[in-house]
Write a protein that binds this ligand. Structure first.
Ligand code: NAI
Length: 314
């Protein structure tokens, strides 16, 4: 008997026509969720559209006895994002789970060759889509005091070698995750917003040649990522504002923190003081995890009333 079930829950999974998004949608539906399967159905470089992509996943869910609807709108526009949420609301009256998975990789290669259009597409789908979908469900989740949002970031955030638009967009996904998670935590809401960095065989990795594709398919199947999304999407979600690296049957917490560093007391620094104390700033052994930007600021000695600050920014 599966312990983690989703009966009575409504999920939206974007970019779920294939790859990882399909695996998330299939798992949530197999465990009892009603799933709105969104996918624009274009190429991984963001060209074209094909409604049959989302329809195929929705049909596969129904064939297995689950409940699903297909949606072919783009997450990258306000109209598209609102239409996606409206479709789920009209069909089922609520949205409990949102998985922001849609993404494209466009502006790769030397930076001097990257066009404005490529940058805008990379940012518009992953960052813009995550923002627009979150905005479209946030009031509903806030007022119902229930929501589980799982945003799909990427290890490219650590650096990708080629391309800056994609990692920049995924960095924005992390920022959206932390921003919403801290807003929810500050008001004690039962709305969790977490993120993952998946590693899985997909149509993107298939481009790297048959040898890599075979090894990726064997060692990093997409459905091995889905259970982490499943737990973060469940009532029993154990965390808010966290990110995990997930792949190949494993997962690990990704930490964004600050070292104890050098905390001078005379409110000024010189270049020489920075050079002399550089090793302190680099010392991992004093690493801590600020819950928000103010906890980072609180680590400096000061007479600022950070709680008043906190109340001001809400
Ligand atoms: P994929 O290309 O199969 O999946 C992305 C899906 O998003 C596609 O089905 C595509 O049609 C859809 N999509 C693109 N633009 C859209 C738009 N404007 N509106 C709605 N849907 C749109 O690739 P994969 O690998 O399954 O990736 C899924 C997510 O995981 C993406 O966000 C990707 O960046 C992320 N990711 C994947 C990694 C991997 O190892 N496969 C590594 C790191 C991140």
């Amino acid at each position: 008997m599966d312990m983690h079930r989703f009966e009575g829950r409504v999920a939206i999974v974007t970019g779920a026509g294939g790859g990882l998004g399909r695996a998330y949608a299939m798992l949530l539906a197999a465990r009892g969720a009603k799933v709105l399967v969104n996918d624009l159905g274009g190429s991984f470089q963001g060209e074209g559209a094909d409604q049959s992509y989302a329809q195929a996943t929705a049909q596969a869910i129904r064939d297995l006895g689950g409940e699903a609807l297909a949606n072919g709108d783009s997450v990258a526009t306000t109209e598209g994002a609102e239409a996606i949420v409206a479709q789920a609301m009209e069909a089922w009256g609520q949205v409990d789970i949102l998985v922001n998975n849609a993404g494209v990789v466009v502006g790769v290669g030397p930076l001097w060759n990257v066009t404005d259009e490529q940058w805008d597409t990379d940012i518009g789908v992953a960052a813009g889509g995550t923002f627009r979908l979150c905005r479209a469900v946030w009031k509903h989740m806030w007022e119902r005091d229930y929501g589980r949002i799982v945003n799909i970031a990427s290890g490219s955030f650590f650096g990708m070698g080629s391309g800056v638009g994609y990692p920049a967009a995924k960095g924005a996904v992390w920022g959206i995750t932390r921003g919403l998670a801290s807003a929810s935590a500050a008001k004690g809401k039962n709305v969790h917003v977490n993120a993952i960095m998946p590693i899985a065989a997909s149509r993107m990795t298939a481009l790297m040649g048959p040898e890599i594709e075979a090894a990726m398919t064997r060692d990093f199947p997409a459905d091995a990522v889905a259970p982490v999304v499943g737990l973060l999407a469940h009532d029993a979600s154990p965390c808010n504002g966290e990110m995990f690296s997930v792949g190949g049957g494993g997962f690990a917490r990704v930490l964004l923190g600050v070292t104890g560093g050098y905390r001078g007391t005379n409110k000024q620094l010189t270049i020489e003081e920075v050079a002399e104390n550089f090793a302190l700033a680099m010392d991992h052994s004093t690493f801590f995890l600020p819950a928000d930007s103010l906890e980072d600021a609180e680590a400096y000695e000061s007479g600022v009333n950070w709680n008043a600050f906190r109340e001001f920014i809400g």
